[in-house]
Design a binder for this molecule. Structure first.
Ligand code: UFG
Length: 337
């Protein structure tokens, strides 16, 4: 499969830009649609960028009509669990209303294939060690709820329209940077654990706070299934092939099936960076489930997805190299800050 036209909303962001790059390297044509609120124009390494908001239907319609995509990949969203608890409306407006608008316009313009960025946060407080796609969806924070609602919209929409198919990819904890060092995470106020820890090692923060040490987990801190961004991007490429090849609508977990606690991540960050930074125990962050680890059988069986960067060491090492490249002033990287 090559030469597919893919419109990527949020394609200037951390995950969307990595997916866009791999899509173009696989011979596909990419149009990025992004309002640059958290994304960066320099991150669109291949393909065209249209600067526009997902709520701006006229501009989005114009972009879709001009490009005639075979598929839309929808990344544009608000993504922080903690923020969603404090400002829920932002999440419902961007992640549920904005998504619905993208879906409606895309379908009106004839798009039949849709790949949706969903999240492990849809599961809430799972009762099993490994979460399967058929387990109950019971989010405990507005972020997860906003994505769950969008999944439901997609499901109902697809069952009413025989020509339309989607893949919802439920991301677990995405981290790491492009293995060739071209792209990585760059937010003005990063909140994710690995990025915070690396920036603390670099001296940008004076300490790392651990949010909660009395969870019912072996060391008392939350457990997450960290997945390398390049492996996640590959999952999108194979999901695209699945849809173009006539695959039916489906929701799939994207994770490795093994979890690490916050303390284990911190220890690995210290090991990789060689810096013994200050770590303090703090109260839990609202909305955090103690444990989220994927059962990934379904994505492997359905899409033939095979991760190739699946060690915590490689995730942290690539992210650390990216952090250091920012320090060294990688081309264009700091332009928009
Ligand atoms: N944490 C700390 N200190 C920090 C930052 C995070 O202790 O400075 C803890 C959090 O409390 C949590 C764990 O590290 O227990 C991971 O937190 P992240 O903020 O890195 O990620 P989340 O698990 O909150 O959320 C991420 C994505 C979501 C996605 C979810 C799926 O942001 O989009 O993973 O598991 F839904």
């Amino acid at each position: 499969m090559s030469g597919v036209k893919v419109l990527v909303t949020g394609g200037a962001g951390y995950i969307g830009s990595q997916v866009s790059l791999l899509l173009s390297e696989a011979g596909h044509q990419v149009l990025v649609y992004d309002n640059l609120s958290t994304g960066n124009a320099w991150a669109v390494l291949n393909g065209e960028l249209v600067v526009g908001d997902i709520h701006d239907r006229a501009t989005f319609r114009q972009a879709v009509r001009a490009f005639c995509p075979d598929a839309v990949m929808h990344f544009a969203a608000s993504i922080e669990v903690g923020e969603s608890v404090k400002n829920p409306l932002k999440y419902y407006i961007n992640n549920t209303c904005g998504f619905s608008s993208v879906l409606e316009v895309a379908r009106e313009e004839g798009v039949k294939n849709f790949i949706f960025s969903s999240t492990a946060a849809v599961y809430g407080l799972p009762e099993k060690e490994l979460i399967s796609e058929g387990d109950p969806l019971a989010p405990i924070n507005p972020y997860g709820a906003s994505k769950m609602m969008s999944e439901r919209v997609l499901e109902d929409f697809a069952s009413a329209d025989d020509e339309f198919n989607y893949v919802s990819l439920r991301y677990f904890n995405v981290a790491g940077a492009d293995v060739e060092g071209r792209l990585g995470q760059l937010y003005k106020n990063p909140t994710h654990l690995i990025t915070r820890a690396l920036k603390t090692a670099k001296g940008e923060f004076d300490k790392l706070e651990i949010y909660g040490t009395y969870y019912k987990t072996p060391d008392g801190t939350c457990i997450r299934d960290y997945i390398h961004v390049t492996d996640l991007a590959e999952a999108h490429i194979v999901a695209l092939g699945y849809l173009i090849g006539g695959g039916e609508s489906i929701a799939l977990n994207c994770g490795y099936g093994r979890g690490y606690s916050v303390k284990e991540v911190v220890a690995e960050v210290k090991e990789v960076t060689g810096v013994d930074f200050t770590v303090i125990d703090c109260k839990p962050r609202e909305g955090d489930p103690p444990r989220l680890v994927a059962d990934n059988k379904k994505i492997m069986e359905t899409l033939g997805w095979e991760p190739s960067h699946d060690t915590l060491h490689e995730i942290i090492k690539t992210a650390w190299e990216w952090e250091l490249s920012l320090e060294a002033g990688a081309p264009g990287v700091r332009k928009n800050l």
